[in-house]
Design a protein around this ligand. Structure first.
Ligand code: ZN
Length: 188
């Protein structure tokens, strides 16, 4: 484990590489959030990625391809950047999980639910590039369902959104009134 860890260090290239990844992701999320009618959420999305805790780890474990958080987890067993990130960003369902609360997995408020959809779509679009298809997000969401601790109603709601995207594409589904209708229907 130790010897493997040595190959990760911050260089000029990894510093600016990571900075570029963060900026690019935020811009993509911003565009999707505008489409979805929550521009402010899009503008402030993932700002904690510029904090030292998140940024320096990201730059150190940057490899150009896969997520630096996953690299760090593989190396050390956990990621401080991720723990910092999910503790501050309400668009992650992990933020809402509290094992010690009567409601371990509450319903996520509407604006964060929409931001979460935009975030995951942006990530999928980036990772898949021109291989992206409109059913990608549904497949990914289904494949990763076992690792998820989320409110069961939210699980059904998000699945429904991805099913609709798989059927009719992002532009048709990512509209505020439509998402609001689905949200009200599935969370009540
Ligand atoms: Zn985030």
């Amino acid at each position: 484990m130790k010897s493997e860890e040595i190959k990760y260090k911050i260089t000029i290239k990894s510093f600016f590489g990571h900075l570029h990844t963060v900026n690019k992701h935020r811009f993509k999320v911003f565009k999707l959030c505008c489409k979805a009618g929550i521009p402010w959420q899009g503008l402030v999305h993932d700002l904690s990625k510029y904090s030292l805790t998140e940024f320096l780890e990201g730059a150190k474990y940057y490899t150009g391809g896969y997520s630096p958080i996953q690299n760090r987890k593989k190396n050390v067993g956990y990621s401080e950047a991720w723990l910092h990130h999910k503790g501050r960003n309400k668009h992650h369902y992990e933020y809402w999980f509290d094992n010690g609360a009567p409601l371990k997995t509450p319903i996520i408020p509407f604006k964060y639910f929409v931001e979460m959809i935009c975030d995951t779509l942006a990530a999928g679009l980036t990772y898949q590039g021109n291989k992206w298809t409109k059913d990608y997000q549904l497949a990914y969401w289904t494949k990763t369902s076992k690792t998820r601790i989320i409110n069961p109603k939210m699980e059904v709601l998000v699945t429904k959104v991805y099913e609709e995207i798989a059927e009719s594409g992002i532009d048709k589904v990512l509209r505020k009134e439509h998402l609001r209708k689905l949200y009200d229907k599935y969370t009540n």
